[in-house]
Write a protein that binds this ligand. Sequence first.
Ligand code: ADP
Ligand code: MG
Length: 462
Amino acid sequence: MAIIGIDLGTTNSLVAAWTAQGPRLIENALGDTLTPSAVSFDADGGAIVGRAALDRLISHPDRSVAGFKRMMGSARLVDIAGKSLRPEDLSALVLRALREDAETALGEAVTEAVISVPAYFSDPQRKATLDAARIAGLKVERLVNEPTAAALAHSLEKQDGLFLILDLGGGTFDVSLLHKLDGMIEIKASAGDVMLGGDDFSKLIAGEIARRAGIPLSDLPPQAQARLRRAADDVKRILSDQHVAPYAFDLPDATVAGEMTRDAFETLAEPLMRRLRAPIEQAIADSRIAPGQIGQIVLVGGATRMPMIRAFVAKLFGRFPLLDPRPDHVIALGAATQMGLKARDAALDDVVMVDVCPFTLGIASFDGRVGRTIFSPIIERNSVVPVSRNGLYQTLLDDQEHITVKVLQGEDIRPERNILLGTIDIAVPKGPAGRESVDVRFTFDINGVLIAEVTSLSTKER
Ligand code: ADP
Ligand code: MG
């Protein structure tokens, strides 16, 4: 039976197989290992996925969409080509395309996969990912956190110690601190910025090109904007290898041409570079580890190919990060390795994964001492998973007939500042305030999916 791992990325998705020689990336029909996470619909309503769909974002903007991983877990719908689709329906189309590429390459049916998700993906985001897989006809053996997958890809190198994983993709920046000892990998902490990625660097270049050409960006028709963005992305990639990049593209009534230097780009990018610091400091502070104890710094994600990222990290830590020649392949290779664990391959015999819950989970409860409703944690951030914890809560009013439990995720003492995952209503017998109690149990499993159970102590009902 074929064993595959999938990196379902915001910008690019990849699929890898576990083979006797270790993890191996699978190419799509175009011979690329990276499949852009883009979907387009043709005139007959047929779905197109990948590079062609990305190109059609320019030619057929109203029939094409990308970046939907950001919407996973939300109730938002995408209106496209006369259809109204959920983000998980769009992700399912990408997963199906990867699955078919794997089936072609391996010459057999593929029905099971490990899929990677960002460490701080919330409960609804993880459930949406599981749903997308189901729609694509894939049974999810396990959701693996992206940094865990990155660590696993590197864990075949026999080296113990603390690893800092910095993943700068297209739309997000994820930071994780891992500890590897005697074949066991533990995630000590994770933090990130969900609004910072390589595409923000491209946008800066697009803005600068438009500014130099004297064209107000918002006045451009969508197709011209898309063309400008594509040119900007090319400039960014060229500047990773060279010091000067030329650009030229057509607008409805003019041709814009010029060149940009790496120095100019790096000056423009200073505000973005400053934002890299906070999540790194947060993860290190959470883990209570001195920066000097970090053994290896690993860069992951396509955007870490930018020399300024490497230079920034080197300066911040006073030494050079470990560079993978293809930092955007690492997570898929790790996901396949995770899948290989299931097959109990000899090379992986002693690797055990320990993960942490990257956020605090709790409920809203009234605190008599402060006289208002506060966020009361049940599972603390960075608890090792799987984890199951409970708390007891009492009725607040005389003759209260039911208790409503608000399940929240977040770090703020004010409940309204955290993410509401759901509410559970339970009936309790009438009585004086404080006599009736409910037990709230949270179980957070290895996939990062939360199960909340509320039990009335007197009726034993749930
Ligand atoms: P994601 O995890 O979001 O799917 P990737 O890890 O594939 O993303 O990274 C995509 C980002 O990497 C994009 O913003 C892309 O422009 C950027 N990128 C890819 N190659 C290069 C390069 N050579 N130089 C700079 N940025 C690059
Ligand atoms: Mg990624």
